[in-house]
Design a binder for this molecule. Sequence first.
Ligand code: ACM
Length: 271
Amino acid sequence: MKIGFLQFKPEFGKVKENISKIENMVFEKDFDLLVLPELSNSGYLFVSKEELEEYSERASDGIFCSSLLKICSQKKCYIAAGFCERAEEDETLYYNSSILACPESRYSLYRKIHLFYEESNFFTPGNLKYKVEKITGERFGEAYVGMMICLDWLFPEAARTLALQGAQIIAHPSNLVMPYCQKAMYARAVENGVFTITANRIGEDVNHGKEVTFTGESVMLNPRGKYLARGTKDTEELIIVDINPADADDKFINEYNHLFNDRRKDFYSIN
Ligand code: ACM
């Protein structure tokens, strides 16, 4: 199975330009599952609700999601990508969301639960539970994919919840500003025995006197902590690697120890 990330710099507020860039880059290579950064349609640094209203879209008919679905249908592939979502069920609510676009025009959504810093001034915290999707393809048969977004890395419960539901691959659209996540994803992969794909953005957003710089270095790991690919700090790049998703099904780390069965739930009180 060919999986990968597209690391790029979304231009703030330039949704059509961002779509064109993605369309140009994704046809360079063949893949089954590609992960794009958080807020790939709009860029990150919102300073007003009006901006968010302008750039957000419904997943069912927005131009960004529609263009991803079209790519997936043409290339017979899956794309997980962050975007700002106007909720179908209530047009006054905006979520920092991720779509898993599928080749048969189907999609599933995750809405970021752990909002970072000033995001909570604009976005509503996610209201959808972590879930795992079965995806299929001629090259790989079937695979199980779960999504989380950026700061979710800091809450190990997120990746654990997905892994316990059977995720073999965690798709992780990100806009990272601190240097810790890329290292922490090593632990998320190893402690859960899953593949992880963290697609980070590069460059900076500058808006009304505010500025934020993103750290690039997107990263893919296998269930035993092998780095499958690491992006640069500041280059737009599409990196694809070959994996066998079933490698994530073996949770034994030796003949005695099993990542899930050895958990001593009676001794944990984490709620
Ligand atoms: C983040 O959650 N975008 C750091």
